[in-house]
Design a protein around this ligand. Structure first.
Ligand code: EPS
Length: 389
């Protein structure tokens, strides 16, 4: 079973990720991990922090001579911004607590108030430090290891932006185009339609001009996924449920959709179920459509997994909203922290990592193997079983 945890705060010394359960002898291209981290930092509408950081994953355990050894992996991502915060957020007790960074005006939409009530803090600083989307850098680094494992079995994950503000990409995009735009480090919003992307950029510019933020929708596709992953047998084994929960855990995601889940709710069954044929040459069952997004009954059906994350406009606004002071309870204007004003591409990269981590776990559950060669033998046997079905 693949497990991963992150630790670290946005303005602490570093972020950490711990991953266990990967098979031994998996070749690890450390550059690919930093490329994922770089992708996460990009995006039209990202704030000043991304000019400070140049995220790099230092691996401290679990990898030797460029390959996993079947032991837990530990990595660290330094926060360059720590130089500006070490006196404000020291680990050791500090005599004079420079209250300048206290946050007593909780931002509506952030974890500030809910977290302060939960942990009995009258200063939301200690909540926002962990709640910040900065934490997704650690998840992206962990997800990069999962992507490397999946790639060994020709399963790939990519994403693209399908909506920013009111601007929506309506037409379907083929996998090859999604893959290309997902990897394009120069694409401002990773939208496959260049003309529409210009309109999306105008939405982002308008939000900044109005001292506001803007949300959107990203679509993640897992390509070349074998049928039979996940299970219908128990509520917590249903892969659609696991993926939905995983994506919801990414900061600012407020809704998740698998396949055409939202639009088909208003349709008839005969119009939306994906009818089936059999491709004799390829020894594969095929679908004429993929409205189910590659999952039926909580189990992969061999089509691409398609999952969308609906991102709220982030909560930190230059145009402050009404709130109440945590100490005096008096009405005040919400605090402002340096921030982004559109994070759809960044949210998509974090989402890709989370989907990769869950899919890698389902691969390990189905094919097991303490070493990559053993896992591959199990995988090849299963593929033969499907061929001979
Ligand atoms: C982010 C880092 C943060 C924020 C942003 C995303 O850095 P800082 O707070 O130092 O600017 O820019 O996080 C939020 C706005 C938030 O509320 O979560 C990052 O690295 O993704």
């Amino acid at each position: 079973m693949l497990k991963f945890y992150t630790a670290g705060e946005s303005h602490g010394q570093a972020l950490f990720a711990y991953i266990s359960g990967l098979p031994a002898q998996l070749p690890i291209d450390l550059k690919s991990i930093d490329n994922e981290l770089h992708r996460r930092q990009l995006g039209y509408g990202r704030g000043g922090r991304q000019k400070i950081e140049k995220d790099h994953a230092e691996v401290f355990a679990g990898v030797r001579h460029g390959k996993t050894i079947g032991a837990p992996i530990a990595l660290r991502i330094e926060n360059r911004d720590w130089a500006n915060w070490e006196k404000i957020l020291p680990v050791e007790p500090a005599e004079d607590d420079p209250g300048s960074k206290k946050l007593v005006a909780p931002r509506p939409g952030h974890a500030d108030l809910a977290g302060s009530l939960k942990f009995n803090y009258h200063d939301a600083r200690y909540i926002l430090e962990r709640a910040s989307a900065r934490e997704t850098a650690a998840r992206v680094a962990a997800g990069a290891f999962a992507k490397i494992l999946l790639k060994e079995f020709d399963t790939e994950i990519a994403s693209h932006t399908i909506q920013v503000g009111h601007i929506r990409l309506e037409h379907p995009v083929p996998w090859k185009k999604i893959r290309a735009v997902s990897a394009d480090l120069d694409s401002p919003l990773r939208c496959a339609d260049a003309a529409l992307q210009e309109k999306m950029k105008e939405e982002v510019d308008a939000a900044l001009k109005a001292n506001d933020t803007v949300g959107g929708i990203f679509e993640i596709v897992a390509h070349n996924v074998p049928p039979g992953l996940g299970s219908h047998a128990q509520w917590d084994e249903k892969l659609d449920g696991r993926l939905a929960q995983t994506l919801m855990s990414v900061q600012a995601v407020k809704a998740v959709e698998i396949g055409d889940g939202v639009s088909i709710a208003a349709s008839h069954g005969s119009d939306v179920q994906d009818e089936i044929s059999y491709d004799k040459a390829a020894h594969r069952f095929r679908r004429f459509t993929n409205r189910a997004g590659g999952l039926e009954g909580g189990i992969t059906n061999g089509e691409d997994i398609v999952i969308r994350g609906y991102l709220k406009p982030i909560s930190t606004l230059r145009k402050p909203l009404h709130t109440a002071n945590l100490v005096t309870k008096e009405p005040v204007q919400a605090a402002y922290e340096r921030s982004d004003w559109c994070v759809v591409p960044a949210g998509a990269v974090a989402g890709e990592a989370m989907v990769a981590l869950v899919l890698a776990d389902t691969f390990l559950q189905k094919f097991g193997g303490d070493s990559l060669p053993e896992m591959r033998r199990n995988f090849d046997n299963y593929v033969r079983q499907i061929d001979e079905f």
